[in-house]
Design a binder for this molecule. Structure first.
Ligand SMILES: Cc1cc2nc3c(=O)[nH]c(=O)nc-3n(C[C@H](O)[C@H](O)[C@H](O)COP(=O)(O)OP(=O)(O)OC[C@H]3O[C@@H](n4cnc5c(N)ncnc54)[C@H](O)[C@@H]3O)c2cc1C
Length: 350
């Protein structure tokens, strides 16, 4: 395990852990994010498929309450059933319950080998529908990301580099890890076979570290590259088996409102980021389209945010997922921790 103070950045944490020859698997896109923020937002990112989101790694917290008292929760423990789990209440509390000052994270041994596959498709529905098939085949990759060709081209251009795949309109990026190179190779074979069966038009396997890092960098920077034309980046999450249906629904909404909705995201987690562009704002229909996308996710048993959180901007759509009683309980917990409402008022639970 590793103990980190709240101001340590993800980049610093990853380096310290690497120097200790261990692995901290989660990798949300912003390495400048600090440990306190990563835990307060329960960040996810690309590598959640095999090992889970930040919550899965937090074993202990030191928290300063709004009343000034200091509370320690959890510890360097694998099992702990002692009382209500306050630590997990603090994770993803978006700064409304207390200030996290120290975190104990669980680490894993480093893997012996890794490879990144870029699997290209002419039809984006073939791409997304292959994701459950890969998972059902028995291979659990570290990541399976869904990206569209236009987005990765823009991101690569923004970075002054080149997207390596030359075919296809949509791509899956699968990262596999194993104890050794043979295990990695056999996982790549298995994934390739599944994808070929589901109409992949090209499969590229990157093994060199720099080559793999470049692909991930292009994926991570899509948001920054699209940002100048972006009105709102959504974060819907649906049960993974329904990911194809939610993409159909987004297509239908785009068609109905005569717009383009670029989509990318953490496909194997059922977590997609449909991007609503400036034209919707200019036409005065941004809010309506957003609500339609949220409703489509909620109708499939999904949620309006899987990793970005509620903050202030999603409070208006809270009712699509959280019922009246649950909201009352959340507000009661906030009041108990923060009787004077001094921490992030009107955030996360209203
Ligand atoms: C380019 C980019 C890519 C990203 N990609 C992903 C991704 O793939 N997946 C994902 O999940 N996220 C992603 N994020 C979001 C990022 O992970 C979060 O913004 C980050 O975890 C928040 O940490 P921060 O230090 O930036 O916190 P801040 O932005 O400073 O704070 C965020 C919230 O946490 C609260 N908070 C901060 N520190 C504490 C503390 N010590 N105690 C209590 N509350 C606190 C704040 O009050 C605030 O409400 C991305 C962000 C960027 C910019």
């Amino acid at each position: 395990m590793v103990v980190a103070q709240a101001g340590v950045t993800l980049g610093e944490l990853l380096k310290a852990v690497e120097d200790g020859d261990m692995l901290f698997p989660p990798h949300p896109g912003d390495e400048g994010a600090q440990v306190g923020g990563l835990v307060a937002c329960n960040a996810g990112g690309v590598r959640a498929v095999k090992y889970g989101v930040v919550r899965s790694y937090v074993k202990g917290l030191e928290v300063v309450l709004p009343t000034g008292e200091i509370v320690n929760m959890g510890g360097k423990l694998i099992k702990n059933n002692t009382g209500l789990d306050l630590m997990h209440l603090l994770i993803d509390s978006e700064g409304i319950l207390g200030v996290i000052t120290k975190v104990i994270f669980r680490l894993y041994p480093k893997s012996g080998g890794t490879a990144t596959l870029v699997i290209s498709y002419d039809d984006r529905h073939d791409a997304i529908n292959t994701v459950p098939k890969i998972l059902q085949s028995g291979v659990i990759p570290l990541a399976i990301e869904y990206v569209e060709n236009d987005e990765v081209e823009i991101s690569a251009k923004h970075l002054g580099t080149k997207w390596p795949a030359t075919k296809g309109k949509a791509h899956l990026i699968a990262i596999v890890t194993g104890a050794n190179e043979d295990e990695v190779y056999s996982q790549c074979e298995q994934i390739s076979q599944v994808c070929q069966k589901h109409n992949a038009v090209d499969i590229l396997i990157a093994e060199r570290r720099e080559e793999q890092a470049d692909i991930l960098k292009i994926r991570s920077e899509i948001y920054t590259a699209l940002k100048p034309r972006l009105a709102d980046g959504l974060d819907i999450t649906v049960p993974p088996a329904t990911i194809g249906k939610v993409l159909d629904a987004v297509d239908e909404i785009a068609q109905r409102f005569d717009t383009d909705i670029p989509v990318y995201g953490h496909a194997a987690d059922g977590n997609l980021h449909p991007h609503l562009m400036m034209d919707l704002q200019e036409r005065g229909i941004l809010k309506g389209v957003k609500r339609e996308v949220y409703k489509a996710a909620a109708d499939l048993g999904g949620v309006i945010t899987g990793e970005h959180g509620v903050g202030k901007t999603r409070l208006g759509e809270f009712d699509l997922y959280v019922d009246e009683k649950s909201r009352e309980l959340m507000k009661g917990i906030k009041k108990l921790f923060d009787p004077n409402e001094i921490l992030n008022p009107r955030t996360a639970v209203g």
